[in-house]
Design a protein around this ligand. Sequence first.
Ligand code: ZN
Length: 413
Amino acid sequence: MAKNMQEKFWDSLWTNAQICTAENGYGLIHAGAIAVKNGKFSWIGKMKELPGNPHDLAINVHDLCDKTITPGFIDCHTHLIYGGNRAKEFELRLQGVTYEEIAKQGGGIQSTVTATRNMSHEELLQQSLLRVKALMQTGVTTIEIKSGYGLDWETEAKILQVAAMLENDLPITVKKTFLGAHSVPKEFKQDSDKYVDLICEAMIPRIAKEKLANAVDVFCEKIAFSLPQTKRIFATAIQYGLAVKCHAEQLSDSGAAKLAASFHALSVDHLEYLSVEGVHALAESGTVAVLLPAAFYFLREKKLPPIDLLRQLHVPMALASDCNPGTSPTTSMLLVLNMACTLFSLTPEEALLGVTIHAAKALGIQQTHGSISIDKTADFAIWDVTHPAELAYYVGYNPLCSLIKEGKFVNLF
Ligand SMILES: [Zn+2]
């Protein structure tokens, strides 16, 4: 007699898979199977060790015919909610117009701030949905979204509210970060400390109270916020129970990474100019180094982050798209994997860990996401490749077959 559904162990079972668990390196299991119950991984192992016939064990059984499974990718650094785009500026720069001239004509970040301030929630949502869907089509199941194109309360809040709407509308986990300290708005150009007052005395308390974000980020750089201003913002964030992250050492060595590490930042991001001292500080605090190779590529940077030293001191290296209109207009995590290998000489294995378990750590969710492990959330991608190194190897080819969020197939549109 057929067993009734209640008697089956699992909701779904995927068989005949090569599984890249991202536990201890690739963590490969050949001829493997994974089972899901209530949206979590409940069994992982070799097919031959399954405790019975697959169809007796699970309600749904999917034969993967040797395809490869990886954890769902986590894009741990994006600015993907913004108005307009900067293609015209891109064109002008390639015709030889300088950044300063473009800025004088109202271009650069200011043009994105103006466009974002002028858009409704719905308009921003529609633009951003397309970018999130594109990222999902390259295996992404969790994303971080920063504010930072408002630079006033109303628009910063609008961006974070749209981030929450995206999570409602799509099968994706969204972590929200307040980046009011992205750039000094034109209203405060003569007195950036006044803007920092506003961030610390009004914006951060309200972000915490209304639970609009769970982390605070600062762009610490000569063209943005100073080290003392960054310190003040971090101290306020910690006081209000928010985690901290930092855009650090992108254009110069300001000491921001070391400062962020002293606040036990979840991550410091960019890091082209990170010093030896900075790497040691990260190693001691357990802060993740987030590398953004697509921004490095788009800006045609030459100075490489100190990859060898990060590796030597076992600082976890994550990778992210940095999706933004000015310096990294990309929505492909596969391209990010490839660029991390070609531009930063990461191995394909390091790159894969950079968009899975280390990216989870950069968001503080490594206990529940980022690898294929019992009781973690069953977010994973199924790829038509024979080895996970192929994911970093191809340039512009997408072998994604299916995406699974909390144990359920995602409609990839
Ligand atoms: Zn960024």
